[in-house]
Design a protein around this ligand. Structure first.
Ligand code: TEU
Ligand code: CA
Length: 557
């Protein structure tokens, strides 16, 4: 495995709108990120991924970009962004931005020009397609519900949008589009960005015949992922982008990929692959329902352990995955992966231990390090997210009551991850002196950075120790390059694995069950490196794990 500069790093995802507001407008800003760089450095963070801060109408919270070359005034100025880059560099930290190039905003000048001249050159920057017998060109359902086709006024054409209708898909078959996008990517890399998180990138390749598929829902539509999964050739586009941009700067790239074809993993993240790494969403996919959130089932431990271990093994020898328990599109990890009895401090630290020490680069999402959790909204109007409103409607149409539909949103909405970062027990959790753009989780007086910094036994202090262990002089190599070896699979509710590099072997073991469990060790020369509970620093041939106990054990040469 060729060593890369990012291999031993730990990354942190910032959702800027909810991170830290310094000018009292209730919206997080770049100045707010600059102010927290030392906090992040102290946590042990090296790489910071910032969700979109480009000019946008915010229909999809910035994932609808109307100008790729400007900072949205809501977040600050380009000068402040340059200052952020500089301040990060001073601290040996790296800034990675969000690259949203499957689509742009309908307010982008390209799309406005396309609408003005539906037969002009800019219409070819998008997919302007004739309907079939008075219907849209195909029966695809968008990720946010409804058809992916929107009529182009004054024509018999439709334009394609896999996401919201305010997010028209860019036509990657048009060399001019690729040229414009590659120029923009290089412009940002020349400024000193360390790389990008790449948004929804698997969707850029379309089947231009737009074949219809059998409907998969009672709306007569079929998920657009069906077309994405069937069409071939996305690799050529990704490889071209890499050669024209990232390779020139040794940029770090982490791709957001759903629906990749199984045999494509080496091409995506192997040696010379399209990307440095990609997020492991195998656990998140378990939370999907057949028709929507309303018929999703809670995660089963055995299924979760199985998909995580399969993912680790599949990737071993090919490349590295980016490991998460949550992000800005998902509910909080504690509420998704921990059973109710395990959602206290010990369980939260246990989940952190089993995730951060996996093989691959850890990505911590803002607030995860203090154990932030889902936020109950009193009505659908308290939700902001376009996807959540669609899922609430789906649940009501499926016959659920308002309360039941709200319960579904409480479990699944990505707004759970978008409530303001909880810095202190002061008003609005210290996030803003103004009116926050979205509800602050009322539990901020119990869960916040300030109180946990002062508490040696807090979740935050545990994350600091865990990250320090992962990056330590003594064990950094084995946690970065060591093999992942499943352990104690025959023990129900035990989530355990070895990390091994030559004969240097460490056991990560956690008891997700309610009953105390005893694990037989291979020998008696073992030493506990870290535990989420007070245990003796030495153990013999057995280790006893209480419910929600996790231990990192050096099992010797
Ligand atoms: O998400 C892409 C995407 O596929 C998600 O919408 C996913 O299908 C959904 O969240 C279910 O897990 C990216 C961004 O992360 C998301 O915030 C944007 O809404 C979306 O692209 C459009 O840009
Ligand atoms: Ca602000």
């Amino acid at each position: 495995m060729k060593r890369q500069w990012w291999h031993k790093k730990v990354a942190y995802q910032i959702y800027p709108k909810s991170f830290n507001d310094t000018n009292g407008d209730g919206i997080g800003d770049i100045r707010g990120i600059i102010e927290k760089l030392d906090y992040l450095k102290n946590l042990g963070i090296d790489i910071i991924w910032i969700c979109p801060i480009y000019k946008s109408p915010f229909v999809d919270q910035g994932y609808d970009i109307s100008d790729y070359y400007s900072i949205a005034p809501e977040f600050g100025t380009m000068d402040e962004f340059d200052e952020l880059l500089e301040e990060a560099k001073k601290r040996n930290m790296y800034i990675v931005m969000d690259l949203v190039i499957n689509h742009c905003s309908d307010k982008h000048e390209w799309f406005q020009k396309a609408l003005a001249e539906p037969n002009g050159e800019y219409a070819d920057y998008f997919y302007f397609v004739k309907g079939k017998n008075g219907n849209p060109p195909s029966n695809y359902r968008s990720y946010f519900g409804g058809s992916v086709w929107e009529p182009v006024e004054g024509t018999d054409k439709y334009y394609l949008h896999l996401f919201a209708k305010e997010q028209p898909d860019l036509n990657w078959n048009n060399p001019k589009v690729k040229e414009e996008l590659f120029k923009m990517i290089n412009w940002w890399l020349e400024k000193g960005l360390a790389g990008f998180r790449i948004d929804a990138i698997i969707n850029i390749k379309k089947d231009l015949a737009f074949p219809c598929y059998p409907p998969d829902g009672d709306d007569g539509l079929v998920s657009v992922t069906k077309m994405v999964e069937e069409v071939k050739g996305v690799g050529e586009m990704l490889q071209e982008m890499k050669q024209q941009t990232f390779d020139r700067f040794e940029a770090f790239t982490v791709a957001e990929v759903f629906n990749m074809k199984d045999d494509e993993l080496p091409k995506f993240i192997g040696e010379g692959g399209h990307f440095s790494t990609m997020f492991d969403f195998s656990a998140h996919i378990l939370t999907n329902g057949k028709n929507g959130w309303y018929d999703a089932k809670p995660i089963d431990f055995a299924a979760w352990r199985n998909v995580m271990f399969q993912s680790q093994l599949q990737c071993q020898g090919i490349g590295f995955l980016a490991n998460i328990i949550e992000n800005h599109d998902e509910p909080r990890g504690i509420c998704t992966y921990l059973p109710k009895y395990a959602q206290g401090e010990a369980g939260i630290k246990m989940l952190a231990t089993t995730s951060i020490l996996l093989r691959g680069i850890p990505f911590i999402y803002q607030g995860q390090e203090i154990g932030m959790r889902n936020c109950r909204m009193e009505s659908i109007d308290e939700y902001d997210d376009i996807g959540t409103k669609d899922q609430y409607k789906k649940a009501i149409e499926a016959g659920l009551s308002n309360e039941e539909a709200l319960e579904v949103c409480y479990a699944h909405s990505r707004d759970n991850a978008r409530t303001p970062m909880q810095w202190s027990g002061k008003d609005n959790a210290g996030f803003t002196k103004g009116k926050p753009w979205i509800k602050v989780n009322p539990n901020y007086s119990d869960i916040n950075v300030e109180s946990q910094m002062k508490d040696e036994a807090s979740v935050l202090r545990y994350y600091q120790k865990l990250i320090a262990l992962r990056k330590s002089e003594q064990y950094g190599e084995v946690f970065t390059y060591g093999d992942f070896i499943p352990a104690y699979l025959d023990h129900e509710k035990i989530y355990a694995y070895y990390r091994q590099l030559s004969n240097f072997k460490i056991l990560v073991a956690a008891n997700f069950g309610e009953k105390e469990m005893t694990l037989e060790m291979e020998h008696d020369r073992n030493e506990i490196l870290l535990s989420n509970m007070d245990v003796s620093s030495h153990i013999g041939r057995k280790i006893v794990l209480k419910s929600c106990e996790a231990a990192v054990v050096y099992v010797g040469q």
